[in-house]
Design a protein around this ligand. Sequence first.
Ligand code: SAM
Ligand code: SF4
Length: 434
Amino acid sequence: MNFFIKTFGCQMNVNDSEKIRHLLENKGLTLCAGEAAADIIIVNSCAVRSKPQEKIFSYIGQFPPTKKIIVAGCVAQTEKQAIFEKKVKVDYVVGTHQFYRIGEIIDEIGAGAKAGTATAFSRQWQELVPAAHARSSQVSGYISIMEGCDNFCSYCIVPFTRGREKYRPLSAILREAEYLAGRGFREIVLLGQNVNHWHEAKGGRTFPELLRQLARSMPVPWIRFITSYPGYHDRELIRVMAENRNIARHIHFPAQSGSTRVLKKMCRTYSRDQYLRIIRAFRSAMPEMKFSSDFIVGFPGESDHDFQLTLSLIEQVEYESVFSFVYSPRPHTKAAAYAQELAPTEVKQRLYALQELQAGIQLKNNRRRIGEVIEVLITEKHPKKAGEVIGRSESYRVVNFASRTPLGAFTRVKITAAGPYSLRGEEITPDSLQ
Ligand code: SAM
Ligand code: SF4
């Protein structure tokens, strides 16, 4: 039997899809490159905003009834049985804590079982290390260190889709890191909704200690982690990063808003000033430190003044990159009951203004890099241009250049051109150094 996995959403969903692939291949099923040849299509879904959620159903709607469709992930978790009321044919709904049962579920479907759901939450950590070849990249490997979220930000569905926080044991994290390092992965990315809240029970080790141990013991040139919640910041993290040069000088540090008033309504537990203080502390220890962030625009009650505060925060921090979203009311959340007084056109205008400001900052900072030689990790071949590769800088900026150096190698690139979202350069080969 052949299967295909379509992944929507964040890195955590990508990592879950890697695990699903691992499970099904171990069961003797074959992954196919596209939907056409697949008997089973697994849709690993995202529920964070409503528009992307609806896209999932138009995606499923295109398939003939002969294909078996399993909806997994966050939409599966929140919608459960209600998925069967949509105008699409679905054979099974598998929640975020039940994907490891997908093999037996496929057997049940094959034996003619009725459409059903498996969406119970579990407090247990489900240990599973996807084989190297089942990973989405052979260069950069994801390691999940925690799952779920206890924060209940007033706009966010994640605590309802992923459940309460649970933390992976240190020994299991170290084992997966060793596995990836041993197979030549050049970068590891620690994953979790709030990675910096990882800790052991009863006053055991905390996230900075985990990071220190990984940085000291793993022969991996770049260690990254995503996402860090500003409210859980621990000064020790800065010390650990400053002491270990194999932790990339880039942190995804979502602010969501530049207005303390809005942050309070969002139930975020830090103020604008506290956030900026943390940024300054990082930069005073590591002047080369780069930041990225998420912002929500048009949160209910966001005044023009609040929005100006978001713009001024962006100007002050000069982020390397920013993901910006129009606020989307989500079921189960506190903010779903808040009245929205802003017109959609006004919210869109704010979104464009934010994106324009950020694009200008990125263009200015990227142009400054023209003429510099930077270290780049080659992550993939260019899908359209023969002889070209795509790499990432330490700050996670895309760098395009011609190269015959193998994927997974670090190389030095002289930057020759810059746009807001990517850099172009020439590889400094040993020849060109002479
Ligand atoms: N745990 C991470 C944090 O707190 O920064 C974020 C995880 S969430 C899956 C990714 C991003 O989606 C958030 O940072 C937020 O900007 C955005 N997001 C979440 N809920 C949203 C909503 N209801 N409307 C618009 N954007 C939303
Ligand atoms: Fe959602 Fe807030 Fe948890 Fe992030 S910290 S996943 S935004 S509830």
